[in-house]
Ligand binder design. Structure first.
Ligand SMILES: Nc1ncnc2c1ncn2[C@@H]1O[C@H](COP(=O)(O)OP(=O)(O)OP(=O)(O)O)[C@@H](O)[C@H]1O
Ligand SMILES: C[C@@](O)(CCO)CC(=O)[O-]
Length: 430
């Protein structure tokens, strides 16, 4: 890595079908989003310290490396054959260690972010790692169902794995004759970022961090037994669907929504099982349709119906919200297509799959109504790149001599265009 530092970036995701049922071992379909998280890692002026600078959540924190609770935390993670295990029985103990240590991080958002950061740092770096500043900025809305926590976790896991020399940096295809073992590297990042996701919200299926790591579009299934690896089926023929993404801006927490579904599953076992099974069948049907070349019109209509059915089933699990129902009412009253919540629900984002032949004017009218409700709506591209790395020296000349802090201060659209669209050819991907 260049001595001036490096950037890591990972995308958010949209779940098209199968959120929540994914936690119970059913398949789900998701794709990478063009919005991303960026982590700038550069040497610290104070070489014995690490500094966490997460401007999006107004968190600034420094720790002396030799004062971190290395001895207390390290024995609490079990690593078998290189695969980390997050032992949920030890969570209260880990929480207590961190709570003593992080006494001055006041908000739960800060505590969770520091928890994830330290948990991964202590396990992937060492007490003689150099002092660094970790400056993080995301164009993803936080807690809106677009996988912000997973993209943060993937960026941190990647940066720490590089600093701890567990992985090598990616190379351009033309740089080296023999291709590196890139899948092993991505698998390593995926496994550690799942641990980070567990720090964020307890019982994740792993779909969010898998999409943030590998990018593209996948059908993903977590196995019921934790000892069995999850199954990830890359969807190469992913159809180009016209999709509206609407952020209701209603805040919610993934952890509590996953907990709400768990309550229903425990209280109404057989009934919930039937709902989860139906969700699994629905995802299998959607997958069959989506891998067809040139998606025939009749199949597209079936896919739209499945969007509607999936939302109904999620609503039965009590994870919808009046704001999400409003998005459904508006899109249906304009006849533009079908809408479902995406991500954990309870507010956050909805996706609307647009019907063939709908006039642009009608879509614009619906967007205007969403705006009047205070929602943000945009059309979005799906299926982009997963985690990548950029050496600071590879930034285009007009930016590389600017302090990076200035770039991080840009608005979201400008940040995406400087760090992603205008620089894409310089990023390296595994
Ligand atoms: N830009 C960011 N900067 C710092 N921390 C972040 C950022 N984005 C997310 N986080 C961390 O992730 C937590 C939000 O995770 P949560 O799972 O509730 O939302 P999400 O990942 O956006 O939604 P979903 O899991 O439904 O896709 C925040 O409390 C914060 O600790
Ligand atoms: C709600 C959920 O299914 C998706 C969150 O983006 C939780 C998970 O799969 O980890």
């Amino acid at each position: 890595m260049s001595s001036s530092g490096f950037l890591v970036s990972a995308p958010g995701k949209v779940i098209l079908f199968g959120e929540h049922s994914a936690v119970y071992g059913k398949p789900a379909i998701a794709a990478a989003l063009s919005l991303r998280t960026y982590l700038l890692v550069k040497p610290n002026e104070r070489p014995n310290e690490i500094t966490l600078k997460f401007d999006d959540i107004e968190l600034l924190h420094s720790w002396k490396i030799d004062e971190l609770p290395w001895d207390k935390l390290k024995p609490l993670i079990n690593i078998e054959d290189g695969v980390p295990e997050y032992n949920e029985y030890l969570v209260p103990e880990i929480d207590n260690i961190l709570r003593d240590y992080l006494g001055d991080t006041t908000t739960s958002r800060h505590f969770i972010a520091c928890h994830c950061f330290l948990y991964l740092y202590v396990h992937l770096c060492s007490s003689d790692s150099p002092g660094m500043v970790f400056d993080l900025k995301s164009t993803l809305p936080i807690g809106a169902g677009l996988g912000s926590s997973a993209s943060v976790s993937v960026c941190l896991s990647t940066a720490f794995s590089l600093l701890g020399k567990h992985i090598s940096r990616p190379v351009h295809e033309h740089d080296e004759k023999s291709a590196p073992a890139s899948n092993d590297t991505l698998d390593f990042i995926d496994k550690w970022s799942l641990i980070g996701e567990k720090c964020f919200h307890g019982n994740p299926s792993g779909i969010d961090n898998a999409v943030a790591t590998y990018g593209g579009a996948v059908m993903y299934q977590r196995m019921k037994s934790p000892s069995l690896p999850s199954v990830r089926t890359t969807m190469r023929n992913f159809p180009s669907l016209q999709l509206l993404l609407t952020n209701t801006k209603v805040p919610r927490s993934t952890a509590s929504l996953v907990g709400r579904v768990a309550e229903i599953v425990n209280t109404h076992e057989r009934c919930a099982e039937a709902i989860l099974d139906a969700m699994g069948h629905l995802v299998a049907s959607a997958y069959e349709i989506m891998i067809k070349p040139d998606l025939p019109q009749a199949d597209k209509e079936k896919l739209l119906e499945l969007v509607n059915v999936n939302h109904g089933l999620l609503s039965a699990l009590d994870v919808s919200h009046p704001s999400l129902e409003k998005v459904r009412i508006i899109s249906s009253s304009h006849g533009i297509g079908y809408t479902k919540l995406t991500g954990a629900g309870g507010g956050g984002c909805a996706i609307t799959l647009i019907k063939d032949g709908v006039k642009e004017a009608e879509i614009n009218k619906a967007i205007e109504e969403f705006k009047n409700e205070g929602y943000d709506t945009f059309e979005t591209a799906l299926g982009g790149k997963g985690v990548g790395v950029l050496d600071i020296k590879d930034l285009p000349a007009q930016y590389s001599n600017k302090p990076l802090h200035d770039i991080f201060a840009l608005n979201q659209e400008e940040l995406e265009s400087v760090l992603h669209h205008n620089t894409l050819q310089n990023w390296k991907f595994w």
